[in-house]
Design a protein around this ligand. Structure first.
Ligand code: HEC
Ligand code: HEC
Ligand code: HEC
Ligand code: HEC
Length: 447
């Protein structure tokens, strides 16, 4: 209840905040440092790869964990066999050249920070190699202090975390980790200049990407007993809140928010600029007139569903704040930074609330219905929103199906595949086709 009251205090008296300086976000305990910021030594993948450790070809019967993690990672996970390797290809070399980098891409810090694991030289052990790509320690943290203790009989997860293991099981910490590369943060970032040099647009959704990595872990009862209770919709919701927070942080960061006279374009909807002039796309959905660049609001649109279900008392003020942010950014009145700051502070509270939130079957059905309704009402006329909504519907439907709450799984799956087809190619996205597929999906999921 306490967080609810706090949120109320942060979001509701909008008029009062217009005069007073924005309050500090509530202080939560210092988060676990991201692996590349830790002072511990990194030992290198070779230390995990032994067939008696995580390099077994078959899962062990008498172990809590699969022991095949290295085999999965090295054979089928793009973090191992693609993330770094592509820096050697022609496209990457061209990006580096277009940017005027002194080093080739596979040696440039700006690239290897995300396409490999490049902690400071002082914390690289003898057998550590940047070219291993996004390695075990890039996600699980440098192993210096936990390598021995994590195999000791009776070692608990909490003890391992105290020894520097990164808490990948905590969805807030996991989201910070994944988004540090799958969006960027103040230390590493793909801005519009890098995109302009040829870098692809980056897509991310925490729950979907956790499922498709592919996972080298099984979240079963034993996992939950050792770690925490698992709720994929919570993971989705936290991923949305943190992704929205990252975008607002760019707007609020004087170093990252501008490029010459222009704002940093990466936080805007790519396709609001990148499309043919014959294809007039403006709709009144944001309350801002035509001919303006729109913020990429895909995550904010998803959060609308989450706030509605999780903090119903704050739904109205949340929607008003988002709307005032859009208007202020477009120059239709109000202070954009002020609106961004208020929204950002509210998101911290949402994240705290979500970290212990369980989603009931009614919540899932309401979120799914809300996504479909908003889609049919044209809220996802911009591609990024449609793309996020599709991944969200898929996560929610999967969870409903797992709980035995989806009656016609086969039909629902077919309808969902048709929705996916309409967002497969961002350059060919047609909002009408997306809406038609949604209308069919609605028929298969309404009870
Ligand atoms: C903030 C992290 C980040 C930085 C910095 C970054 N990238 Fe990327 N890059 C990514 C991610 C994440 C993807 C995957 C995008 C997707 O599929 O959604 C990617 C994709 C790519 C791809 C396409 C990969 C493929 O499989 O086809 C190329 C090429 C690339 N990056 C090159 C570079 C180069 C060269 C640099 C340095 C100038 C760089 N990147 C900097 C995160 C980053
Ligand atoms: C891109 C990030 C990432 C990389 C790279 C990665 N992991 Fe993981 N790993 C995760 C996540 C997320 C989980 C699931 C949450 C958890 O159990 O902590 C996980 C879980 C695990 C688990 C625990 C399973 C359980 O049941 O408790 C082990 C063991 C593991 N990983 C080993 C490895 C090894 C060994 C490597 C390298 C060969 C590796 N991981 C590479 C992200 C990663
Ligand atoms: C150190 C940076 C880094 C971290 C941390 C990281 N990734 Fe990645 N990830 C990448 C890069 C770079 C690629 C692109 C590889 C490529 O396609 O060339 C990638 C690719 C992926 C892909 C494949 C996407 C596709 O288009 O097929 C998935 C799924 C993924 N990451 C999930 C995750 C998840 C989940 C986490 C957090 C547990 C995570 N990643 C953490 C850098 C990172
Ligand atoms: C405010 C409008 C605007 C937004 C928003 C925008 N861009 Fe751009 N983009 C431009 C302009 C202008 C250029 C330069 C075009 C040229 O050189 O012909 C450009 C160039 C590019 C290029 C190189 C194209 C070329 O022909 O050289 C890529 C790739 C690109 N942008 C990707 C993106 C992505 C991805 C996003 C979203 C994350 C995005 N852009 C958002 C305006 C925008």
């Amino acid at each position: 209840m306490r967080t609810l009251i706090l949120l109320w205090a942060l979001w509701v008296p909008v008029a009062a905040f217009a005069q007073a300086p924005a309050p500090q976000a509530p202080q939560s305990p210092a988060p676990h440092p991201l692996p590349y910021l830790s002072k511990d030594k990194n030992l290198g993948v070779v230390n995990c790869a032994n067939s008696l450790c995580h390099g077994s070809v078959t899962a062990w019967k008498d172990s809590n964990v699969l022991q095949t993690e290295y085999v999965t990672w090295s054979r089928v996970d793009k973090h191992a066999n693609r993330a770094y390797q592509i820096l050697l290809n022609e496209r990457s070399q061209r990006i580096a050249k277009n940017l005027g980098l002194k080093e080739p891409a596979h040696e440039a810090k700006i690239c290897v920070d995300c396409h490999g694991y490049a902690p400071p030289v002082e914390v690289r052990g003898e057998r550590f190699k940047v070219s291993d790509g996004v390695s075990c320690e890039a996600c699980h943290g440098p192993a210096e202090r936990w390598i021995k203790s994590h195999t000791a009989p009776g070692a608990t997860h909490a003890e391992n975390v105290a020894n520097g293991l990164y808490p990948t099981d905590d969805p807030v910490a996991q989201a910070r980790l994944c988004l540090s590369c799958h969006f960027g943060n103040k230390d590493k970032f793909v801005n519009h200049r890098i995109m302009g040099a040829g870098h692809p647009r980056i897509t991310f959704e925490l729950e979907t990407f956790t499922q498709t990595q592919p996972p080298h872990f099984v979240i079963d009862e034993d996992w939950q007993k050792r770690k925490r209770q698992w709720d994929p919709v919570r993971v989705w919701a936290i991923g949305q809140a943190l992704a929205a927070a990252e975008i607002l942080d760019v707007l609020l960061d004087p170093k990252r928010s501008k490029d010459g006279l222009f704002p940093e374009l990466v936080v805007f909807d790519c396709h609001s600029c990148h499309h043919s002039m014959q294809d007039v796309r403006w709709t009144p959905r944001l309350g801002i007139g035509p001919g303006r660049i729109r913020l990429n609001d895909a995550n904010l649109l998803m959060l609308k569903q989450i706030v509605r279900r999780t903090l119903p008392g704050d739904e109205k003020s949340y929607n008003e704040l988002v709307s005032s942010l859009h208007k202020a950014v477009a120059g239709d009145g109000g202070d954009a930074l002020e609106a961004a700051r208020k929204l950002r502070a509210g998101l911290d509270v949402v994240m705290t609330k979500l970290s212990t939130r369980d989603f009931s079957n009614d919540d899932l059905r309401a979120i799914l219905a809300g996504l479909i309704e908003d889609g049919l009402a044209g809220q996802y006329s911009d591609y990024a929103g449609a793309e996020q909504a599709t991944m969200a519907m898929s996560s929610v439907m999967n969870f409903l199906a797992k709980r035995g709450e989806l009656r016609t799984v086969g039909d629902a799956n077919k309808a969902l595949t048709r929705v996916y087809d309409t967002v497969k190619d961002d350059e060919k996205y047609k909002p009408q086709a997306f809406q038609a597929a949604l209308a069919d999906l609605r028929k298969t999921v309404s009870r």
